[in-house]
Design a protein around this ligand. Sequence first.
Ligand code: ATP
Length: 412
Amino acid sequence: MSDSLKNFPEPQKGEDLYRYLLERVTTLEDRNTEIREQLRQLEADKRYLETQKVRYEREVRKLKSEIEQMKSPPLVIGTVTDVIDASRVIVRSSAGPRFLVGLSQNIDVEQMKPGARCTLNQQSLAIVEILPSNFDAQVYGMEVVDAPMERYDDIGGLERQVLEIQESVELPLKKPELFKRIGIEPPKGVLLYGPPGTGKTLLAKAVAHETEAHFLRVVGSELVQKYIGEGARLVRELFELAKKKSPSIIFIDEIDAIGASRTESNTSGDREVHRTLMQLLAEMDGFGNRGDVRIIGATNRIDILDRALLRPGRFDRIIEIPLPDVEGRLSILKIHTGGMHLDPSIDLREIAQKTEGRNGADLRAITMEAGMFAIRSDHETVTRDDLLNAIEKFSGELERGTFSGTAGAMFA
Ligand code: ATP
């Protein structure tokens, strides 16, 4: 019996028994409610502790499997090259050599296709699992996620080239029906060639902007890999990604790094570069001219390019991007001084005449330097002298050889 009931006063002589019982019942009821409330509270606590227990058990399981994973040896990555039968396949490990390995019964042989990526046990090299056909992180890195901001208006002195690239890249993407109606195939790839810093990359970016296509940019040397077959795989994945994200433009800068003529040289490095080039040619042959993936290549050394690349059906539109002439320089100067406060007495044509032999990147650097001179001498506007000093400074640096290539690199 609880204390409160024990302490309840005994009925007094002469007291009304009915009142006594009523009070007693009321007390018991109160106590009952109190106990019920306690019970409810305890049940809620029990439920909470049970869910906590489940959570902790789950966490223990997760930590245990993490420990297991840390203890297990790393797996080797390989590529299936041939499927012999349901239990044997030939794989090439990422280190190069090829092996005939067994196939576990847990693996669906249907997924075993040449080219599939898989993990191999370090010791037996047996296939452990098939990896999802994911693109290499390097290939994802080639995708320029934010559309380029450059427009045709930002390009000076290349009107004819802009027109050509519009016809061969923009029109097939935007109005493929025009080509169908006339019954001709648009060029598959466009090769831009010319000296450095003349606006080849700029032109490719502008087309991507104007066509609102996905822009995948890769520098040829990035495709030259250390291990056998890796460069070819990157090229294959690059084209796959471009098709998946179509409409898209693949821009291969410095294509001479993989596209230089094949020589008799037989070092393993050369063979790997050739393999990458062969894959590029195979990919270019593999899709139709009217598809919505366009390829733009750029090089400073067209003279060393393999003829196979320039064959019709590959880079069949070749556009020269020369050093700008005086009119070209004038329009490039106008573009780069567009946002600057220039002294009204400045005659840009005079500046264009004084910058013979300079490329677009140099001209941009000269206008920037003139701006720096103006800031240094605390002018409100850029004066003719600032521009002449900038030209002077760059000629000096050019002669000493300290400037070569930096302008393009600095402001590209
Ligand atoms: P490389 O062969 O070295 O890759 P490139 O021809 O691709 O050089 P870009 O990267 O396009 O040269 O040019 C570098 C910069 O120079 C551009 O970002 C741009 O600011 C300026 N530039 C070059 N050519 C022009 C041009 N015709 N009109 C306006 N700006 C230009």
